[in-house]
Design a protein around this ligand. Structure first.
Ligand code: DC
Length: 238
């Protein structure tokens, strides 16, 4: 069957990655968490004491660092590797969340990540989540979803995720972080977060994960059906 690109964009912590991961598993597609890549760049810059305004050094660093994903056989999850080492836990910490939107606003960083993401999805058969997938990385994605949810609901969900990993953070700090990131992500000059005109809106405030996954899978089925029908029509008129 024809393989397509599914772009899932939206605000921070509204369930994009959980939904995208489940959709990818259901379809047998690859899942790419592009936020993890920006988080990895942030971690690299911090660990190498590179200032966020030192553009020549950042450009050099982008050539030096190796960002890849490795499948964990036990959990089935794709884990982010920076220079060959799994760094999943570190990139999710609040110290990275507090700085990542600044780093992801740097044009050189965006260009390098977008190029790598386009390479990763060139054979299609991918579900990619992020902020600019349907607008910049794959403007030709066959299915585009734009996710949103009430900020307090998102903060409570993120608080629970952090607690599971042993990080206790007051909900007000998370609301503050999410609001700042949403603002920076939506107002940056280079590929800002915005809904592509052809993206379907999904508000997850009152939804369970299964409902979100079903919503996307229904869109995928409908799109695959219309692509197949267009192919049949084309063949019939030839
Ligand atoms: O999805 P996330 O919260 O892990 O993403 C971390 C940050 O990376 C987010 O605040 C904005 C940035 N990002 C981006 O600018 N473009 C993407 N495609 C994905 C994430």
């Amino acid at each position: 069957m024809r393989k397509i690109v599914i772009a899932i964009d939206g605000y921070s912590s509204c369930g994009k990655s959980t939904t995208a991961k489940a959709v990818a598993a259901e379809l047998g597609y690859a899942y790419i968490d592009t936020g993890a890549m920006y988080r990895a760049v942030t971690l690299y810059l911090l660990e190498h004491s590179i200032r966020f305004d030192d553009l020549p050094r950042i450009e050099q660093a982008l050539h030096e660092m190796h960002i890849t994903f490795k499948r964990n056989r036990k959990t089935g999850r794709n884990e982010l590797c920076l220079d060959g080492a799994i760094r999943e836990d570190e990139i999710r910490q609040m110290r990275i969340s507090n700085l990542v939107s600044e780093v992801s606003g740097i044009p050189a960083v965006r260009h390098a990540m977008v190029r790598q993401q386009q390479r990763m999805g060139r054979k299609r058969g991918v579900v990619m989540d992020g902020r600019d997938i349907g607008t910049t990385v794959f403007p030709d994605a066959e299915v585009k979803v734009f996710m949103t949810a009430d900020v307090l609901t998102r903060a409570l969900r993120r608080q629970e995720e952090l607690a599971v990993k042993g990080e206790q953070v007051p909900v007000e700090d998370i609301v503050d972080n999410l609001s700042k990131r949403d603002h920076l992500d939506s107002t940056r000059l280079e590929s800002p977060l915005r809904r592509a005109p052809d993206a379907v809106l999904l508000d997850t405030t009152h939804m369970m994960i299964d409902e979100q996954v079903d919503f996307v899978l229904e869109r995928v089925s409908a799109r695959l059906f219309s692509l197949a029908a267009a192919g049949w029509e084309q063949r019939a008129t030839q």
